[in-house]
Design a protein. Structure first.
Lengths: 310, 245
């Protein structure tokens, strides 16, 4: 649990972050979105004290982050930046081992952890542990960057535009992986992005910032249906908001009881995809498959459309 | 093997062969002498003189490296940034003040021998190492430094584990430049009685013996070239580990 209380950062006469208060739940993903210069990165960097606040404070599990030296605090908080920032003179294994080494872990424990993380991130330890960062592809470098941030099992992971440098296909895969990782390790993730789709896709909660102020902090569906500020609806986009709303609900969540004829869809796909499937096939309803692969419910076009309205 | 490697090997062989038994090369140098003067320097052991010169140069370079790198680190820290202009001026004076003049100034203070030469070479060799250290430290990729800070490295750990290794190729290049310049410059030390190949050149000038001058010059030149190559090879080994994408 991260509690941000009246956090303010002033550079000279410019207020970059203006009196922001918010609470981040444990085991959640929170996305901070905003245009460039909105103060979102500064807000993130005040959590691990790469930027020292002018006023206000941050509590981590109830204790003030200023209670310990900044570099010791940062060893407990994972940090991923755009363009990964891997150490070019160190191997992949050495990069991932950075924080465990700083913490003085036993070599055997470090080796085991590095190997585990490489496997989690689908990098064969035999082939990649001894490789140097420049020998990897962009997507692999990004994964090593996340693995390095998670190496010492931090409870909190901060990510600053982590997927900004990736092409769309690798980016989608990286987002998928991040959701898996979050489920697996139960890490509390705070992620800064300027991409609203990414924020909606990953964030259980989304914070919208503009000119240093926190305009709205809520679930994506609420941002769409009850925007607190015209800027929020501008950022989320008005033209396709119904479709965006549909993409936030899965077929499993919306399914009506009883099977039906027609195309079959997995429970995990979004209503937007089910609707697309129905438009494409011309059917009136789709069968929703349960975990065992048999139809456990169904969705009609009318039921889907009803979910696309506030 | 490439042509360059061949040339390098040949140069090394030639140098070793000549220093091991200079008299064997007497017929080569004989045409350069007049009135039956000795074709090979005979007032001292050429190999020992070469080693003495190399020793002086290496000692001076070690001192220059220590001071220049320490100064370079200091002025790239936020706390030491204000000393950058002053340090730069001092180091520049060391380079622009002619080594001969340094000898003239230091002899009355420390006497004849190795010491004034060491001081002159030390001052002369600071600049390339200092400037390269600064460039190396200032051009570390900002994301890498940001990541290092974000991982929880202290300022000292960042310097030791990230900044210095990344700056190492440039620092080594500075040391190489400094060393190679000074191998040649060191010959002037013989004017104040430092042991070195300058002695051979001066003897040649005094007795109008071109063979002596050539011997002193050639051995010095070969040493400089071989040292340059050896250090360049070392740099490449280091650079291979410090590649950027």
């Amino acid at each position: 649990m991260i509690t941000i209380e009246s956090l303010t950062k002033v550079y000279g006469t410019t207020t970059v972050v203006d009196d922001v208060s918010m609470a981040v739940e444990r085991n959640s993903i929170t996305a901070i979105v905003g245009t460039s210069g909105s103060g979102k990165s500064t807000l993130l960097r005040m959590i691990n004290r790469l930027v020292e606040p002018t006023a206000g404070r941050v509590l981590l599990e109830g204790s003030d982050t200023r209670n310990e030296p900044a570099h010791l605090l940062r060893r407990r908080i994972g940090y991923v930046i755009q363009g990964h920032g891997l150490f070019p003179h160190r191997t992949v294994a050495e990069n991932i081992a950075t924080v465990p080494r700083l913490l003085g872990w036993q070599p055997a424990r470090i080796r085991a952890r590095v190997e585990e993380l490489l496997r989690v991130f689908q990098l064969d330890p035999g082939a990649y542990a001894a490789a140097f960062p420049h020998q990897l592809s962009g997507g692999q470098q990004q994964r090593v960057g996340v693995a390095r941030a998670l190496a010492a099992e931090p409870a909190v992971l901060l990510m600053d535009e982590p997927f900004g440098a990736l092409d769309p296909i690798i980016r989608a895969k990286a987002q998928e992986d991040l959701l898996d990782i979050q489920r697996r390790f139960g890490t509390t993730i705070v992620l800064v992005t300027h991409d609203m789709d990414e924020a909606f896709r990953l964030g259980g909660q989304v914070a919208v910032m503009s000119a240093g102020r926190l305009l709205q902090y809520d679930r994506p569906a609420v941002l769409l249906t009850r925007p607190a500020d015209p800027f929020v609806s501008r950022l989320t986009g008005v033209a396709d908001r119904a479709l965006k709303l549909l993409s936030l609900t899965t077929a499993g969540e919306a399914a009506l009881p009883g099977g039906c004829e027609g195309p079959q869809v997995a429970a995990s796909v979004s209503l937007r995809e089910v609707l697309s499937e129905l438009v494409w096939s011309g059917a009136r309803a789709a069968a929703v498959l349960g975990a065992d692969g048999t139809p456990s419910g169904h969705l009609t076009v009318a039921a889907i459309l009803a979910r696309g309205r506030p | 093997m490439s042509a360059a490697t061949w040339l390098r090997g040949a140069a090394a062989l030639l140098l070793v062969a000549f220093l091991a038994a200079p008299q064997r090369f007497a017929p080569l140098f004989a045409p350069l002498t007049e009135y039956g003067a000795p074709p090979i320097y005979d007032q001292g052991n050429l190999a020992l003189l070469a080693l003495a010169q190399l020793g002086t140069v290496c000692l001076a370079a070690a001192a220059s490296t220590l001071v220049a790198v320490a100064l370079g680190i200091l002025v790239t820290r936020p706390s030491g940034a204000q000393f950058l202009p002053l340090s730069r001026t001092l180091v520049n004076i060391g380079q622009t003040f002619p080594p001969v003049a340094v000898l003239a100034v230091t002899v009355p203070l420390v006497g004849f021998g190795e010491k004034p030469t060491l001081i002159a070479l030390f001052a002369y060799g600071l600049l390339p190492i200092f400037e390269n250290t600064i460039t190396g430290l200032k051009t570390c990729p900002p994301q890498v430094l940001e990541a290092a800070a974000g991982m929880g490295m202290s300022a000292h750990q960042r310097l030791r584990a990230v900044e210095l290794p990344l700056a190492m190729p440039l620092i080594l290049e500075g040391i190489r430049l400094s060393l190679v310049i000074n191998v040649g410059t060191a010959t002037i030390g013989s004017t104040v009685a430092a042991k070195g190949l300058g002695e051979v050149i001066i003897a040649g000038l005094l007795s109008n013996n071109t063979a002596f001058i050539l011997q002193g010059g050639l051995v010095t030149g070969l040493m400089a070239i071989l040292l340059y190559d050896a250090l360049a090879a070392l740099e490449r080994r280091v650079c291979r580990r410090v590649q950027f994408d």
